[in-house]
Design a protein around this ligand. Structure first.
Ligand code: SF4
Ligand code: SF4
Length: 372
């Protein structure tokens, strides 16, 4: 495997701790406790290994990565090793001094999530009262600190009609990019799918809004648009293909090809304590299992889109077809495709509002919809 290309980016999940409790969170249902988190020295060693194997970007993520007091040490270390450092944050723990300190440490870019452009609805989905109001200040402080900003607008059926207003909000904050991201159904998002799923009509309307905004904002702000796979005829190219472009390290140090990979039974993932990242990337059997064309279902191997979507998503195949070996059921070539589309349509009109909020122990919400 000496000719193996390195991944483009490392997703460094520093912690699963987070003050928010988002209904759509893609973290696993079994969250790593703080006692299991890697220490600063180990993360610095991981950054060294990432740089040595040719990784170009590091995304500090979580949970809420700013909960870690050593984030500045890690971003400075990443910058020293030539990695482009990005922070993926809800922003709720940030103040101006911390943002300045992070900018000084070498952090180049921040990706700030918003759950809505209306306070009550945003706080309900995020499960934290006051979270939404805080983001205005955070966006302003990020701009003052000179950090490039991407706004990650998370879309569900409860805010689909406000996509245009969310794009306007990102523009008013000076974002150079907005990701209009329909929820992907993994982790807590999968558990809450019936609460979150938009209707096809909502999707068609938001697509028109996004297209018009792209036209209006050409050269000003890039708009990425992620639709729910369930309404597509072909799946997304998940992670750019299994073990092709991205490497993920969990808070306790497990090395994965994507954040949901551990849901697939029978795969044995190594930790950063077992072998260097480069060796794990090169020949860990779980990475090899679905890598490239040889790891695809036969239908995909014979398909002309096999190097476009790389056979969709193995974790989604498991969640919807009960097997990671199956054709991703969001693909029209899957025998389950129509069933999945019907399921999405049914859930979208279910009226379901009883969120299971993300927590270290499964917790039912107040069905009245009030945030904590
Ligand atoms: S999605 Fe929400 S709950 Fe999950 S890590 Fe991000 S901010 Fe926290
Ligand atoms: S058959 Fe496989 S490769 Fe072809 S479009 Fe469907 S998921 Fe993609």
């Amino acid at each position: 495997m000496s000719d193996m290309k390195p991944p483009l980016a490392l997703l460094a999940e520093l912690t699963h701790r987070c003050p928010m409790r988002c209904a759509y969170c893609s973290n696993p249902l079994a969250l790593d406790p703080s006692s299991a988190e890697l220490d600063t020295a180990t993360w610095c060693r991981i950054i060294d290994e990432a740089a040595e194997m040719g990784i170009l970007q590091i995304h500090f993520s979580g949970g809420e990565p700013t909960i870690r007091k050593d984030l500045e040490i890690l971003s400075a270390h990443a910058a020293e090793r030539g990695l482009y450092a990005n922070l993926i944050t809800s922003g709720v723990l940030l103040d101006e001094a911390r943002i300045e300190s992070l900018a000084r440490s070498g952090l180049a870019h921040a990706q700030l999530s918003i759950q809505d452009c209306e306070e009550e609805a945003g706080d309900w989905i995020g499960g934290l009262a006051g979270a939404h109001a805080r983001k205005w200040k955070v966006a302003e402080w990020l701009g003052k600190a000179g950090m490039a900003l991407t706004v990650n607008a998370v879309i569900t059926r409860h805010n689909a009609e406000r996509v245009g207003a969310m794009i306007d909000l990102a523009e008013s904050w000076g974002a150079t990019r907005v990701e209009v991201a329909n929820v992907q159904y993994y982790g807590w998002g999968l558990l809450n799918r019936a609460v979150l799923m938009p209707t096809r009509e909502q999707l068609m309307a938001m697509t028109k809004v996004v297209e018009a905004a792209r036209e209006r904002l050409r050269g000003v702000m890039v708009i990425d648009y992620v639709i729910p796979d369930y309404y597509a005829d072909r799946p997304k190219s998940c992670m750019g293909g299994w073990a092709r472009r991205f490497l993920n390290v969990t808070p306790s140090g497990r090395v994965l090809p994507c954040h949901a990979a551990e849901t697939i039974p029978g795969l044995v993932f190594e930790t950063v304590h077992d072998r260097p990242l480069k060796a794990i990337w090169a020949d860990n059997p779980a990475f090899e299992r679905y890598r490239g064309i040889a790891g695809m279902p036969e239908t995909c191997q014979a398909c002309d889109r096999r190097e476009i979507d790389w056979g969709g998503c193995r974790c989604q195949a498991l969640a919807l077809a009960g097997s990671a070996e199956a054709v991703d059921p969001t693909c029209e070539k899957s025998p389950l495709h129509e069933e999945v589309q019907a399921l999405a349509a049914r859930e979208a009109v279910s009226g379901h509002r009883d969120i299971v909020y993300r927590s270290f122990s499964l917790e039912k919400s107040d069905p009245s919809g009030k945030a904590r």
